[in-house]
Design a protein around this ligand. Structure first.
Ligand SMILES: [Zn+2]
Length: 260
């Protein structure tokens, strides 16, 4: 939530949000030096948990160099060197969001090196899949890299699945994520369509809270859409509480705060 206001935390708490996980991502601009990431990782592991705690929300994060800033391997490796120092902070779930942006050769090299980092430290992996380039191709390249590295697909969430990628992600044993946006990428309505077509095992939803047009209340809005279509509370909880808990619980760190 580094690019959101504290008021968003308040609104999320009022809507019933009890925990968030924040990936290390592109902040809307390329950082000018690896040192910029050092402060970013401090923000993710120290500042944001305190902001969230004021509203009873547990804050967790993922660390990496995102694919959009991974085109320069020398720069990316400098950032990667900073990560181990932060990995043992209590709110760090794993490595992410790694993946591909333009499906380029350099991005793939850095993706493979970050998969190796997660493997060495036995951490969960969060994957971003491309929006502007061929998403299906990028998703397949990423899944191949993970399998080739010997990663258990049950410990990887492939985010931004869409109608044409979700089946293959689930068939290969990975978890599928749908980060919801108000009108681009996956909307609450499309997410419900996908659940209706592909089921509710190993799939879950979350609200995007980034620097662009996004809405931290997308999850409750998706719940409204599910109820409007006649889905029951059990399904609502399965895809927004039980499934995230099952996947993130593998980190040994993700614990929900007590809530009534
Ligand atoms: Zn992403």
């Amino acid at each position: 939530m580094v690019s959101r206001t504290t008021d968003d935390y308040r609104r999320m708490a009022q809507a019933g949000c009890v925990a968030i996980t924040e990936p290390a991502f592109w902040a809307g601009f390329d950082r000018s030096s690896p040192a910029g990431f050092y402060d970013y990782f401090r923000q993710l592991t120290d500042v944001e948990p305190k902001r969230a705690a004021q509203y009873g929300i547990a804050h967790y994060c993922w660390l990496c160099i995102n694919p959009k800033e991974a085109e320069d391997p020398a720069f990316a490796r400098e950032v990667m060197k900073l990560i181990p120092e932060f990995l043992d902070k209590p709110n760090v779930l794993g490595i992410g969001e790694i993946g591909l942006n333009k499906n380029s050769r350099n991005e793939l090299i850095i993706l493979e090196e970050q998969i190796e980092l997660a493997k060495q430290h036995e951490r969960l992996i969060l994957v971003h899949t491309p929006h502007l380039e061929d998403k299906l191709k990028g998703t397949r390249m990423t899944m191949d890299a993970l399998i080739n590295a010997g990663i258990d697909p049950g410990r990887v969430l492939i985010d931004h699945v869409e109608e044409h990628t979700v089946a293959e992600v689930l068939d290969r044993g990975f978890w599928a994520g749908m980060t919801l946006y108000p009108d681009s990428k996956c909307t609450p309505q499309r997410a419900v369509d996908i659940i209706e077509c592909y089921g509710n095992e190993r799939i879950w939803i979350n609200s995007a809270g980034d620097w662009g047009p996004s809405d931290p209340l997308s999850v409750p809005k998706c719940h409204v859409e599910m109820r409007r279509r006649g889905h029951n509370q059990k399904l609502v909880e399965k895809i927004s509480l039980e499934n995230p808990l099952a996947f993130l619980g593998q980190s040994g760190r993700f614990i929900l705060p007590e809530h009534s």
